[in-house]
Ligand binder design. Sequence first.
Ligand SMILES: [Zn+2]
Ligand SMILES: [Zn+2]
Ligand SMILES: [Zn+2]
Length: 203
Amino acid sequence: MLINFNRTVAYRCPACGEFAYGNFSLFELSGRKGISVQCSCGHSSIEILPENKVTYSIRIQCLVCDEIHKFSLPFSSLAKKECCEFTCPNVIVGLVFIGKDEAVKKAVCQNEAYVSEVVAACGLNHTGKNGVTMLKALDKIQDLSDREMLFCECGANIIDVEIHEDDIILECCLCGSTMVLTTDMIRNNNFAHLDKLVIPCKH
Ligand SMILES: [Zn+2]
Ligand SMILES: [Zn+2]
Ligand SMILES: [Zn+2]
């Protein structure tokens, strides 16, 4: 039997929302060295670094909750398992997949299909590849609204939320002022940590 030392890593890029792929050999991870894979968008990377003699650690900024999640990867799992899967602890979205090429690609497809189902169940089919980003935005908007931290400068807090493929429009039902949240803003502007959203009045 031929032993396959090559591994593929796929991670969900927090900057562009796409899956980024990289390849490495188990030999590259031996000893004290780690490996790093960068997304083709150039705005994020992931590192697999030795934690001790038998375990590697992976740190990734999460697309969904903006936190840095840290995962442990035992070398034995990496050597034996077809695919090791790491998901966001807050929302069940696959963030990192490491293993044999075919198994990783299959797991990514399965996770994408699962995410699409959740997105569709929320009535967000039309948001395409931005589905996860929109789920994250809606969750945050709902949270702010529940805490009465979503309002318009005019004082009203009845806000209409319109979700498009690439952005969300918030409109004050009283004065008609609007605010546009682009997917880039939602992904990259510390959106998950906002403590309030105020629609600027045009008057
Ligand atoms: Zn990217
Ligand atoms: Zn997360
Ligand atoms: Zn208003």
